[in-house]
Write a protein that binds this ligand. Sequence first.
Ligand code: GTP
Ligand code: SPV
Ligand code: MN
Length: 597
Amino acid sequence: MDKFPTKNKKLSAWVKKMARMCRPGTIVWIDGSDGQRKALEKEAMATGEIIQLNQNRLPNCFLHRTSKDDVARTEHLTFICTKKKHDAGPTNNWMSPGVAYRRAAEIFKGAMQGRTMYVIPFSMGPIGSGFGKIGVELTDSIYVVLNMLIMTRAGAAVLKQLEKEDNFTKCLHSKAQLDINRRLILHFPNDNTIWSVGSGYGGNVLLGKKCLSLRIASFIAKKENWLAEHMLIMGIEEPNGHIEYIAAAFPSACGKTNLAMLIPPEGLKKKGYRIWTVGDDIAWMRIDTDGSLWAVNPETGFFGVAPGTNSNTNYNMVQTIKKGTIYTNVLLKADGTVWWEGADGDEPDEGIDWQGRTWRPGQKDAEGRPMLGAHPNSRFTTPITNCPSASFRLEQPHGVPISAIIFGGRRQHLAPLVYESFNWQHGVFVGATMASERTAAQVGKLGEVRRDPMAMLPFCGYNMGNYFGHWLKIGKMLKKPPKIFHVNWFRTDDKGRFLWPGFRENLRVLEWVLDRCNNKVEGVRTPIGYVPRPLDIDMTGLKLADGALDKLILVNKKDWQEELKGIKKFFRQFKNDLPAELWQEYEALHIRLTADE
Ligand code: GTP
Ligand code: SPV
Ligand code: MN
């Protein structure tokens, strides 16, 4: 226990203290080497924690199955632990730090007996760049170690950095008994600490991701005047070589990964666009010396949704996940490859489903519902460097300059395909009033509309009223604020069919967004913002049903007046913490919607 490979006293003291509570048999420090990773893979294969896939077809790929009730983030077991409940705000679950540490300690106590505690030093963002943050995760799961090695910069280089800087987020994780009744995901922003126990699922246990890079980082960002957001970052290169970057926030399972690496549609090919993927889930954005907003992706991998991923919807991802990938909760085929609903190729004749049972197409469960081969929230963990569209600026500490911020949700009705806010303050209102229909990724009634401001509802580490105020403040600090837009790829016709084909065709909308940023086209002023003139969306090679485009950009005043009621109810819960500017925007929208123009 004494031969720790670090001179950082704070680090070794903390590891020792946590080990005294969790009582692991041994402690192993993760150095990031290939040799150590391979040994861990071997060990996890021996216990069945991971299954090696067909190494000819899927080199260095593995399959992992989580337990049945551990397949998505458990938001109701996720807490912000601050002294005052008010600091967590009305949208977060809150627990006092004292109670939280005590309750979790009871579960952590002896939880690692007979197991190894792995110490993973990791950096979110380039190591030592000034734009990055260091964390150390202690875990008893090899699956977590292997995922963290893909998703973050982990190993000896980070330990070396910890000789120079002392500050790191203390992340403690144990699978414990994987019991949903003894599961807690706790954030202590004032202690720069995260404790997660009783789960083995992605967002609950890869503590660098949602826990550090959003919940803890948003808290730090407020103090340090930057933004930690649930956003993709992508570059759109024009034929002359100029690249414009955008950042976009959509709720979980609403299309970030797909948009971030789209391939231009046939009809627009001759324009010569090229897409560069910077990130698919998290953006850290700062005001640089030029007064504009610059973004980095703190991660080094994708933890993407499997179902629906195929060569048509996301060709680049299909290429990305052919090697060095960990699949979670997908179907295992007899030939040692994997499958999920909406994958390339035919449905297999049989396989092993995500729960490890024999599966055949058309099979029904006890309640008579069709059995899925892959869980709807099954995922893959894969390095960005595998991605054909990976940006060449991933390691640049300054990141990329952002021209436009896009908010979006899943709305069958109401929200048009795209609209532009009038200015930053109005754009913050647009983000703050975002709503989306529930996907399989969240517990609750499917399709039910829930407000998810800036796609951050489950990820904001403090009172969201103050978070809106922070956004307004950043806008005032920016000399060249990005324009703010809202998109909706999911509007449907009376029969419930999507009006917009989505996926690669979304580039047509991004083209309009950039044209607006560069003052190349007029917009049509509506009560909610500017929508495109139909002729300004390049429809070359895309035939929609008659009148579909008009329906897509229609702003129905009656429906929006209804929407105002939901917004009012949502805003009211923040009481005095809701910035007055947002009530002003609410009133102004109300007036624009009721004025008979
Ligand atoms: P998280 O990883 O949970 O944050 O999700 P994400 O926002 O990255 O979502 P992702 O790109 O993985 O897409 C989730 C689901 O939305 C998939 O089933 C996609 O097939 C579907 N989807 C993505 N883009 C579009 C689109 O433009 N139109 C339609 N109709 N569906 C889409
Ligand atoms: C999400 O749910 O938004 C994800 C997956 O990106 S998780 O890492 O589980 O949060
Ligand atoms: Mn996400």
